[in-house]
Ligand binder design. Structure first.
Ligand SMILES: [Zn+2]
Length: 130
C-alpha cells in the first residue's frame, strides 16, 4: 500500500482540521511533517516540514471529494468563539465540534472554563441627582 499526498496544509492547525474532517467520514489520514517540528523543536519550519495530509492510495478518490467539500466550506466564522480542549489544552476554533488534536468532543458546559468578563452595562444616571 502506498500513501499519496492529498493536500499541503499551511500549518498544523489546518492539517489537523482536515485529518479530523476525513476521520469523521471514516477515512484514515496521516499528517506528515508536523511531528518533525513539533516533536523535535530544533528543526526550522521549511517547506519540507510543513504539514501535509496523506491518505492511502485506495482512499485517494474519496478523500479528494471530501477535500473539495472541506475547501468549499465558508471561512471561519469569527462569531464562534474558540474553545479550549479540556483533555489536551489545545485551542480549537469555534466552528469545530471536535478537538483536532485529540478528537475529544467540545464540552457542552461552557461555564466550566475561564469566565469571560462581560461588559457591564451600567448607564451613568445623573438625572437622579436632585
Ligand atoms: Zn484535545
Amino acid at each position: 500500500m502506498g500513501l499519496v499526498k492529498l493536500y499541503a496544509a499551511k500549518d498544523t492547525l489546518e492539517a489537523g482540521h482536515i485529518r479530523v474532517w476525513l476521520a469523521q467520514h471514516d477515512l484514515d489520514a496521516t499528517v506528515l511533517g508536523e511531528h518533525l517540528s513539533a516533536a523535535r523543536g530544533e528543526l526550522p519550519m521549511t517547506v519540507d516540514t510543513l504539514p501535509a495530509v496523506w491518505v492511502d492510495e485506495k482512499d485517494a478518490p474519496q478523500a479528494m471529494e471530501l477535500m473539495k467539500e472541506f475547501l468549499a466550506q465558508p471561512p471561519a466564522d469569527s462569531t464562534l468563539p474558540a474553545w479550549l480542549c479540556p483533555t489536551c489544552n489545545e485551542n480549537v476554533e469555534g466552528q469545530f465540534d471536535v478537538c483536532w488534536q485529540c478528537g475529544r468532543d467540545r464540552p457542552t458546559n461552557e461555564a466550566s472554563g475561564e469566565a469571560t468578563d462581560e461588559p457591564a452595562d451600567q448607564p451613568s444616571n445623573d438625572s437622579s441627582a436632585v
